[in-house]
Write a protein that binds this ligand. Structure first.
Ligand SMILES: [Zn+2]
Length: 86
């Protein structure tokens, strides 16, 4: 059986969807074709020469996934391109 979702988490998602909906409407108004819309998770970490505490720890553990994060979220693909060939 599925665990019930935390209602606070659900409220956060619902709030987050509003600006996303607004952006998608703006894209439609700009004439973007959204029928082939795809979302892909996206993350951008600090540069390899970064010396912040998180990056140093990542280097020490030899795990680049532990590096500091600059951007975290998703990208929206509107065209024919394959979002997996980035
Ligand atoms: Zn860093």
């Amino acid at each position: 059986m599925l665990l019930r979702r935390d209602p606070r988490k659900k409220a956060i998602i619902e709030r987050a969807l509003k600006p996303i909906e607004k952006l998608l409407r703006e894209m439609q108004d700009d004439g973007k074709e959204l029928t082939k819309l795809k979302f892909k998770k996206f993350q951008k970490t600090h540069f390899t020469n970064c010396t912040c505490a998180q990056c140093l720890e990542a280097k020490r553990k030899n795990d680049p996934r532990k590096r500091g994060i600059l951007e975290d979220g998703f990208k929206v693909f509107v065209g024919e391109g394959d979002p997996n060939e980035d």
